[in-house]
Design a protein around this ligand. Sequence first.
Ligand SMILES: Cc1ncc(COP(=O)(O)O)c(C=O)c1O
Length: 430
Amino acid sequence: MSRQEPYRDRSVLIHGKFNSAKWDFQDHITPPITTAVAFRLRSAERGAAGFQQFAHPDIDRASAEPIYIYERLDEPCQGLLEETLAFAEKGECAVAFATGMAAVSAAIGIHIEAGDHVIFHPAIYGCTYSHITHWLKKFGISYSSVDLRNLENLTAALKPETKVVYFETPCNPTMDLIDLEAIRAAVAAANEGRTSDRKIVTILDNTFSSPYGQRPLEFGIDYVVHSLTKHIGGFGATMGGVVVGPRYTETALLLYRKDFGGALSPDAAWHILTYGIPTLALRLEKQQENAMRVAEFLELHAKVARVHYPGLDSFPQKNLAQKQMRDIDGDFAPGAMIYFELKGSPEKAYERATKAINHLANNALSITLAVSLGQIRTLIEHPASMTHSTIPPAEQLAAGIAPGGLRLSLGLEDVRDILRDLERALDSLA
Ligand SMILES: Cc1ncc(COP(=O)(O)O)c(C=O)c1O
């Protein structure tokens, strides 16, 4: 650790945590990969010690020499990735999961029990919405969907049973921003007088920005979750998720992962460590540059009603964006995601959105019609009928998810090709 302190994040993310106790990493330029499901325990005593030590609240996993037992409990590639992600997000500890949704469910799941209440911002990834409103409800957890851009709404929605305030910023897909500092302060005020087991925690899905573009723990948010499948993995070839947060909840997160079974495979961890994280800054810089050019183009296009991109001067929350969306060098990082709405009545705009993405699917090389985001290829999708279709239409509208809205995730292609493909698709609309 001390060897890495004088170096900038960009360099550490390329080289990894080479002083890790997880493995003899001293002589590996790329991290080693393990494929053993079960590990040799060497003796009865060491085996018993391994079970005793696993997820033990008094044992600091960052410095204790690990005794690996079984891949679902812990294994070195995942451990190395976790150390690097904790570093990237400036958190005390990170626990990796098989997918982003496994991480979302764990981050919320370790804090709640039947009778508790969860608050979430209405513009939210569709599967997170159905996780809370369908599955958690089934297990006796109530919820309120609350526009967190207005703190009075939050204060009014808080109940004695509230345990979790959950949100994304920028929100998927609308690009709304939530003020991290303001949420932290409001929740801290609500926590005054609450006993430690009843404290409300804030959980933020930082997938849209990635730790390259925003580090919410530095603003006092309790937990960050990511779909590693997106910007951090970066190539669209592996799935993964992570929860980053305070050391004292590492035990609960590890036990949750062990018993619900959403462990990340070593192969996926290795790919993210080897290819994803070392190229994160480089990819995001270029993707963000492309996003700025595309947002400017869309804003001027006659068939486009609105463009939601934090880099534009017209972005209504520009000041907030400037404050909290900062890259690892401290520069403004509006990101690589754009949401834009086509003109027309709701029916007309929906029809136009469908036509535009069909045109792209049939004719474009530089833009692919696909869900997911944050990879080297530019992807476009229609949230109302695809990623956010689990949210009922009236709630979609209230959340700002328009029938004619399209979500673009910018990749690394030559921006001139992206602009030409987009222009042709928009020109094809009546
Ligand atoms: C913001 C956000 N969070 C979480 C997820 C879930 O991630 P995964 O698909 O890796 O489970 C997604 C997936 O699209 C997402 O967009």
